[in-house]
Design a protein around this ligand. Sequence first.
Ligand SMILES: Cc1cc2nc3c(=O)[nH]c(=O)nc-3n(C[C@H](O)[C@H](O)[C@H](O)COP(=O)(O)O)c2cc1C
Length: 369
Amino acid sequence: MYDTHKSYAENYIYGPFPDLLKSKILPKVHFKGPPQFEFLGIPLFIPFGVPAGPLLNSKFVSAALDAGFCVPTYKTVRSCSWESHKWPNIVKIHTQDDKQIFSSTPLPSVTGSLFKPKTYEDLSLSISNSFGVPSQIPDIWSQDFKQLNDREQYKGQHIVLSFQATAGDHHLLEDLENICHLAAQTISETKYCLLEINLSCPNESNEPIYKSQKDTLNVLKRAHSILQSYKNIKLIAKIGAMDFDSTHAFLSETGPYVNAISAINTVASNILDENNKVILGSGTQTGGVCGSAILSQGLLMCEYLAMSREKCGVKSNELGLVGVGGVSEATHFRNYIDAGADLVQAATGMMWNFELARQVAHSLGVHTS
Ligand SMILES: Cc1cc2nc3c(=O)[nH]c(=O)nc-3n(C[C@H](O)[C@H](O)[C@H](O)COP(=O)(O)O)c2cc1C
């Protein structure tokens, strides 16, 4: 549904592209009966959705809702217009002997190659994601997001709006206040209530915010206090992989300021082509890897978060866990639930298999037509 041979702007305007799916059509899934699941008290037909990124605008989010993804996330927005990195942004990733990769220093090294145009791909693939979090100006994304309020079928589906602060010319915390108000104002004019703050973007400083306990606390305390002035908004913090001690420190310190934690974002890696040349349009060899190769890292992080939540004596209705990373089959969804996730989301897996939500529904015994 995302054409890797087109620029981000072309995908934004003309996508989603059904001809890149095996079925060649965007599926329509109807759930039978009332929703039997929930996340943070929100009823859901299935606790499965799409994380921030591949759903670029309301057309993409609508297509994902139609396909049965019950918690799709509207791509991370900023307080200002922000250009995408140059094409190519998405390349196919190969790891040595098809091994799983884990977040590490030095970064894991992987090989990237361009996708063959108009070819249907193997479902268990890994990709790079090197966009630099592009954004439209607030007037555009806000109006576009609010259009999703007109959809009627929403008893068991709910949309998340993802946002992040921009360092740029401003101080990060000043911009945070700005974008937090813009996102909260937008969502409060709809029937949705889930906002996600992306703390795992490597572009805003040398390291993603979540890696600094001090910065994370500053940002989340500020966001939490701003959101108090809006009715019923729930905040999800999106982070990347950490070891258990850092995860526990993160969860125990930040738990009071968020309603849920989502992990993981991509695994930062060195990506070169088979001739050892930079392949990403950003012009750097560092990029995030997502898809199949990060499944084990995502599951490990989910286990750490669940263990930490239990250690803190916190319940899932007080602090939800969103499991993300490498889900391309219904069994992976089950692996995340077993690891302690309350909600599971798939980005890469969804991009090439739009039937994934229906497959997860069937694995749960939820009837669809
Ligand atoms: C095309 C694409 C764009 C992405 N953009 C964002 C983004 O803007 N904000 C964000 O928090 N994560 C972004 N991500 C990361 C995903 O939300 C997710 O954490 C990551 O891809 C791992 O999930 P996966 O293995 O199912 O792809 C993006 C991922 C992809 C594939």
